[in-house]
Design a protein around this ligand. Sequence first.
Ligand SMILES: Cc1cc2nc3c(=O)[nH]c(=O)nc-3n(C[C@H](O)[C@H](O)[C@H](O)COP(=O)(O)OP(=O)(O)OC[C@H]3O[C@@H](n4cnc5c(N)ncnc54)[C@H](O)[C@@H]3O)c2cc1C
Ligand code: SF4
Ligand code: SF4
Length: 412
Amino acid sequence: MGERYRSLRDGGDPHEWAYAWRRELNRGGFRAVDFLMDEVVESGKCVGCASCVTICPVDVFDYVDERPLDTRSDACVLCVLCVEVCPVLRPADRDLPVMLERRPPGVDEGFGAYSYGVYARSSDPEWVARAQDGGLVSGLVIHGLESGSLKGAVLGDVVPEQRQIGRPLLATTREAVLGAAGSRYTYSPNTLALVEAMRRDVKPLVVVGVPCQVDGVRLQQNSSISLSVARWYRDNVTLVIGLLCSEAFTHESVTKLGEMIDVEPSRIDNINIKGKVVVRLDDGEIRTASLKQYQDFARPACLYCLDYGAENADISAGGVGLDGWTLTLVRTEAGHRALQGAIDDGWIETQPLETEPRGMFLFDMLAGAKKKNRPLPAKMPTLAEREALGWLNPKTFYTKGPGVPEETEGTS
Ligand SMILES: Cc1cc2nc3c(=O)[nH]c(=O)nc-3n(C[C@H](O)[C@H](O)[C@H](O)COP(=O)(O)OP(=O)(O)OC[C@H]3O[C@@H](n4cnc5c(N)ncnc54)[C@H](O)[C@@H]3O)c2cc1C
Ligand code: SF4
Ligand code: SF4
């Protein structure tokens, strides 16, 4: 099976693979979980989205160092859901937009269809001050919880003693949501909190996450293998807010950033990337560092991800464009209901995207850069192969590094 999958590198469409493996499975001879571990995890292609962990009905996996570990592999009941929901192994089905109830007109400029976009921010200046950009994300989540349309939120919390490291959180109160506001640029496996939500039957739910997590949630919701876990996610995750994402960074990046700006890493209160790395220290002082240098510490696994705009979210939110506001794209009817409800109640204020055209210009550019020359992960080299090539930077592998197709080498 592995050989057949790897043969995709010599041609063939990885979108077709989702169907091909079922045929192979029916013939017998391999376990889906072993295949997932070999092809995605051991190859270093796992992006850490935790989707396989949260869908497994018999708890085969632990989650360690940003990847699954099949600790209880013997418990596997051969349901194959872990393979079904892995966004690296299985690109989202082309019919996913139908399930998502996209809101018209469905403008598609190459970063996922959307209905309309605005700059948005919370109407409470205190919330904006605690947030990463305009506090749109926290504002929408709290509005949902307090207006009764949501009962829980799967978010990324802060590890108190290491403020740049995230951890999953199931939040049900305003205080908890505000405590998790702001961005950690290291990887936070937010969606692990789905397990707690299901166990406690906290619903309806919003999930906030980076695009790999959004795709993992969508694959779980859209699975054609109708086990109760998948059905629970389909019925009870009613809103998915995606954060734009060029890449996440390694834990080591925090120490390195401290060295770059000459402070103890523990003094770093917030990091915001705005063409350069803008660092707020614990006493409010702002220092900046070179983004180019910082990008050397981008997480290698992020190469296997082509989604900048959280293309399958209900709402995509990012920090490009107008300072102090969140660039917000509404993609689905559920996204529109959430945003419009918060605007109608006076919780969120907006400005047209034309106020600062640079926002959509940057969105388009960064989304394009993340897809440029990149084949689907099935056709990409493994982590070991990249190490051998001496080029781990996910940002530049296919634009300046060994992944640049020969015919375009030397062109600008
Ligand atoms: C790793 C990462 C990379 C990003 N890259 C870009 C980019 O290239 N371009 C861009 O425009 N925007 C990027 N963003 C999004 C941006 O930083 C803001 O999250 C977004 O603009 C929303 O701002 P806000 O003020 O509305 O959110 P807030 O109200 O501050 O809420 C932010 C939410 O993000 C969640 N969160 C925090 N850290 C993480 C994490 N590590 N993983 C998952 N969830 C987390 C929190 O739970 C919180 O609910 C990135 C975010 C992350 C986490
Ligand atoms: S990418 Fe996600 S679903 Fe795939 S193996 Fe890694 S954690 Fe599991
Ligand atoms: S680039 Fe962002 S969305 Fe993609 S794998 Fe990395 S953290 Fe996930």
